[in-house]
Design a protein around this ligand. Structure first.
Ligand code: MG
Length: 154
């Protein structure tokens, strides 16, 4: 068994689409970043890479590389899943927490879980997506994601 942890944050910016877990959510602001700014997929990518001690997202997809400008973050998650497979492991389950002032994630959580599960090739029951507002943290301008994954040998 292996455990992995990942964390990410991106700043809100008006007038761009908001993508979380590969799902576009209705909101007047999106997350700025070199890629599509998908904070949850980035945290999950780092959790998967961390679980097999295979480096981090920036090592595979440097922000300075123009190839990843506006990139669909599903590409990053797929590479991390490939590293997990190559190391001889499969995913048991995923837990995650989003911290953001808005929009409310609850109404979209099931859709996000299903989409993430599809990208990872696992059952949606093995993917947890929780959300909190950033009480007293002063981070209302950002979205933060924490993720942990558990792997087992294949
Ligand atoms: Mg990121």
């Amino acid at each position: 068994m292996r455990i992995g942890y990942g964390w990410d944050s991106h700043e809100f910016k008006p007038g761009i689409p908001l993508k979380i877990g590969g799902v576009t959510l209705p909101h007047d602001q999106g997350l700025a970043g070199h890629s599509d700014g998908d904070v949850l997929l980035h945290a999950l990518t780092d959790a998967l890479l961390g679980a097999v001690a295979a480096g981090d997202i920036g090592g595979y997809f440097p922000p300075a590389d123009p190839r990843w400008k506006g990139a669909d973050s599903a590409v990053f998650l797929r590479e991390a899943m490939e590293q997990v497979k190559r190391a001889g492991y499969s995913v048991v389950n995923v837990d995650s927490t989003l911290i953001l002032a808005a929009p409310k994630i609850g109404p979209h959580a099931a859709k996000i879980r299903e989409h993430v599960a599809g990208l990872m090739g696992i059952d949606a029951r093995a993917v947890s997506v929780k959300a909190k507002t950033p009480e007293g943290m002063g981070t209302d301008h950002a979205a933060i994601a924490h993720a942990v994954v558990l792997l087992e040998g294949r």
